[in-house]
Design a protein around this ligand. Structure first.
Ligand code: NAG
Ligand code: NAG
Ligand code: NAG
Length: 449
């Protein structure tokens, strides 16, 4: 009896020993390395529509350009940009949409959705194991961040790209930091972000905030500025802008017959969703002052053509307000343009105007980037972070209130040199902004050399 047990022990040990190579060469690699290749491989994860995630698409393209294999994961609601689709180094993995939540209680729906997402993401990450890095966008932090942290056990390093703070957006929605959802979100964001290998942020202000409040190590956190979406670019020098204004079908009906760029008349554009934190009233007020001073003092001032694009709740109110006044020098039009016409409109304007004031105070408005990308100097409502994008009298002008906006308008209208110098700086800064910022950032964290 005794002999027998001992004997079987030996057999067991022996077979485990024999199985070791199998374990070492097949099972462990299967578990942890998946189909690792010789190239460096990065997973770029967005819980959002890829077509509406320009920054993550740019990330993917930049890694690809440096010879990395890129696995781009996210929802596919619309088309992805052409440069992503055509790139042989980028593989797109679609994240399935959870659409069985209608008719459920909000809480039940949310739990259902998060569970669904967790399963879908885990499945996808499992397939892609063996990658060197996982780059995730934050927010949303739930449910990807905890999963991404777990994923580090496969040997994959985690990079968090901080676009904003998830909890602060939720806080705006629920109105209080102490709402249970906001608290849970905050704790998850705070706790799990500690396990990131590297952090990227969209502004220096965001970095400083994270370093101070989330206890992040300053050395491992780098600033990576955004760039304009690819559909925005300056007008080709072969196109006659004046003619295009009077000829392009989407715009010509709004351009007065006697409007003449040659005489110093100028076109301004702003885009807005007419929310209370973006006060179009300031712009209309400033234009009214311009109109009045033309009447009283200086009949020779040039004309202003102003386009306000976008839609939103308060739009009708402002349309009424413009209609009530009598305008001679200023022509104000409200438009709602297709995604293909908006970049075309920007190209035909002289200046962009931004009335955006940031809610978290840490991010920069994409619309200013798109305007700069189209070659327009921007006249912007100032707040501290804006300094990182727009320098007064260098690539734009800044204002604090209606009176200062009016001054900026007069400055922009009367001084031909100022437009020239601003415009030149804007064109000069173009394009190299993302690439150089990307390279500096990645070198700083040693991802590329
Ligand atoms: C794909 O990767 C190779 C290097 O492996 C690189 O030379 C090439 O430029 C990349 N393609 C694109 C479109 O970036
Ligand atoms: C990244 O940020 C988190 C905080 O958000 C921090 O805990 C973590 O240490 C950072 N990573 C590094 C390597 O500093
Ligand atoms: C004027 O507009 C029409 C159609 O809107 C277009 O076919 C034509 O090429 C334009 N002319 C110029 C010179 O841009």
């Amino acid at each position: 009896m005794l002999m027998d047990t001992e004997y079987s022990w030996w057999i067991a040990l022996g077979s485990i020993y024999m199985a070791l190579p199998l374990l070492a060469y097949t099972v462990i690699p299967y578990l942890f390395y998946g189909n690792r290749s010789t190239k460096k491989r990065i997973i770029v994860y967005v819980i959002g529509d890829l077509g509406h995630s320009p920054r993550m698409c740019n990330q993917a393209a930049s890694f690809s350009k440096h010879g990395w294999e890129v696995e781009l994961c996210g929802y596919l609601e619309g088309a992805v940009p052409k440069f992503i689709e055509d790139d042989p180094n980028i593989t797109i993995h679609e994240l399935p949409v959870c659409d069985h939540v209608r008719g459920k209680q909000p809480l039940a729906a949310m739990i259902h959705k998060v569970t669904f997402q967790m399963l879908a993401i885990s499945k996808q990450l499992w397939k892609l194991r063996g990658s060197d890095y996982l780059l995730m966008q934050n927010p949303p932090s739930i449910p990807i961040m905890p999963l991404a942290v777990l994923y580090r056990f496969t040997g994959c390093k985690l990079i968090i790209d901080w676009h904003n703070l998830g909890y602060s957006i939720l806080q705006l929605k629920f109105g209080s930091f102490y709402h249970p959802f906001v608290l849970i979100y905050y704790m998850i964001e705070y706790f799990f972000s500690k396990f990131a290998t590297y952090n990227l942020t969209v502004t220096k202000a965001m970095k400083d905030y994270l370093v101070k409040n989330f206890g992040l190590k300053s050395k491992r956190c780098v600033v990576l500025y955004d760039r304009p979406s690819s559909q925005f670019g300056p007008l080709s020098t072969t196109v006659d802008r004046s003619h295009a204004l009077h000829n392009e079908s989407f715009i010509k009906d709004y351009v007065p017959k006697d409007f003449d760029l040659g005489k110093g008349d100028k076109v301004f554009v702003t885009s807005t969703s007419f929310t209370p934190d973006e006060d179009i009233g300031i712009l209309i007020g400033a234009l009214k002052i311009y109109e009045n001073s033309c009447k009283k003092f200086d009949k020779s001032l040039p004309k202003i053509l102003c386009f306000i694009t976008g839609k939103g709740l308060l739009k009708q109110k402002f349309i009424e307000r413009v209609r009530q006044e009598k305008w001679e020098k200023c022509n104000i039009n409200f438009l709602w343009l297709s995604p293909t016409d908006y970049p075309k409109l920007l190209q035909l304007c002289d200046y962009g105007i931004s009335l955006h004031t940031s809610s978290s105070g840490l991010d920069l408005p994409m619309k200013i980037l798109d305007m700069l990308g189209s070659g327009l100097p921007v006249i912007a409502s100032n707040y501290p972070v804006l300094e990182e994008l727009l320098v007064h009298e260098k690539n734009g002008l800044k204002f604090l209130d209606r009176r200062e906006l009016h001054e900026a308008l007069v400055f922009a209208m009367k001084d031909a040199n100022i437009y020239k110098s601003l415009h030149e700086t804007v064109l000069l800064e173009q394009g190299n902004r993302w690439d150089s910022s990307w390279k500096t950032a990645m070198k700083e964290i040693n991802l590329i050399n």
